[in-house]
Design a binder for this molecule. Sequence first.
Ligand code: NAD
Ligand code: 6OH
Length: 491
Amino acid sequence: MRRGSRLVKVIQNHIDGKFVRSVHEFADLNPADGSVIAQVCEADRDLVDAAVGAARKALQGEWGRLGVRERAARLHRVADAIEARFEYFLTAEVADTGKPVSLARKLDIPRAAANFRIFADLVKSAGLESFQTETPDGKNALNYAIRKPLGVIGIITPWNLPLLLLTWKVAPALACGNTVVVKPSEETPATATLLAEVMQEAGIPNGVYNVVYGFGPNSAGEFLTQHPDVNAVTFTGESQTGAAIMKTVAAGVKPVSFELGGKNAAVVFGDCDFEETINGVSDAVFLNTGQVCLCAERVYVERKIFDRFVDELRKKAESLRLGSPLESATNLGPLISKQHREKVLSYYKLAREEGAQVVTGGGVPSLGNSLDNGFFIQPTILTGLPESARCVQEEIFGPVCHVAPFDTEEEAVHMANDTKYGLAASIWTSNLKRGHHVAQQMNVGITWVNCWFLRDLRTPFGGVGLSGIGREGGVHSLNFYSELNNICIRL
Ligand code: NAD
Ligand code: 6OH
């Protein structure tokens, strides 16, 4: 489409196998330099309605009649097609998010393909319960459960790992025979539309995978969650947004799965493998510029190694290279948007007001080129705050942590659990017995010992408290995305 003198790409909704424009458009920016990548078509209520209608209709068509084996085969073809277009997905994801190409190459795009493969295989092999039941007259009955699709699933996703988190929900939803309407983040629309092309190539019938673009309130996100013909809603994003969606969905009494924010702790004992721990905790704090829900924003370190640890983590932070996402040497890209940088900077300011020592960072870097129009921020380490400080209690979602000392295991456990969130924790110790013991006391959904973000997609994934409702992953995803029907037969 011609805009002024430039050719600007238009990202369109995808409904019933067709790309669909709309009256309103919004700009998709590259966060590395603030340039416009594309115009995105915003779906109004009628388009969301059309998408849900297409998804409903597709349940009655070829898709609804396919057996599990054929469904799984097609999902493997989706994975094949993602791999065949790997560079295409990679370029789009890096431009949309500003994340280093080296990271997206090893994490985001391979995981998208892996999501389809794991759930295709799992749905074929997952068994269900059966019970032989004694009847009052001394005979027998047989109980067994079968899985049925829930129907049309509304999927709403964030910007930090756009394709990874979208496919994390789309793959099991389709594996269970549902159809989907996805509403990707307004910040990162590109890869969802590429996935639509892949779906067609892989023989996924029209209407099974639909995409609507837009924002949350009074836009596509809200229209989707309000829609009476959506059977379940799965959401990843901020806890507050989860609360708003829950309220909307409550009217229809529908199942929800929520993967929400975190204020995750890393607990470092004096007996840890020091170098491995510095590298691991640095990743846990700074990966993806701190924009991973699992990132550690609170680091608790046994007092006897506290000073040395803070100093080495500082050196590590200062060695991270901020720069163009396209350069292989770049470790950190920008934050996602100007608005998000303002939010993170407001916490850097608040930390000072709350009495923190800024060990390193605390501001905006000067890169000396067009990247200064992007949304870069310095990796930052804070110390000296009380546990009650807002910077220690609230999710910041940037490349920042607060490091505090502890003296005893009990104190470390208490501080790690002193939060309304409960997504993930990591424990760093060479005493495995202690690792188990401490891990079992963490009030979270996921605990790593001597590692972080090491994922096996068969394991339960989710959080407690403000971090979410329900678990996805492996059979837990299959259970969310299907309706179990128990059949009892008197023999
Ligand atoms: P966000 O909540 O602002 O937005 C997420 C999605 O919800 C977007 O698509 C947005 O358009 C939509 N949305 C917003 N308001 C809505 C409404 N009222 N109704 C329907 N849809 C609405 O989150 P974000 O800023 O995109 O992502 C960052 C947040 O996501 C962080 O809090 C992070 O911790 C969390 N997160 C959690 C996980 C997890 O697995 N637990 C994973 C990734 C990100
Ligand atoms: C949050 O930002 C990261 C979530 C990761 C996953 O959901 C996953 O499956 O690895």
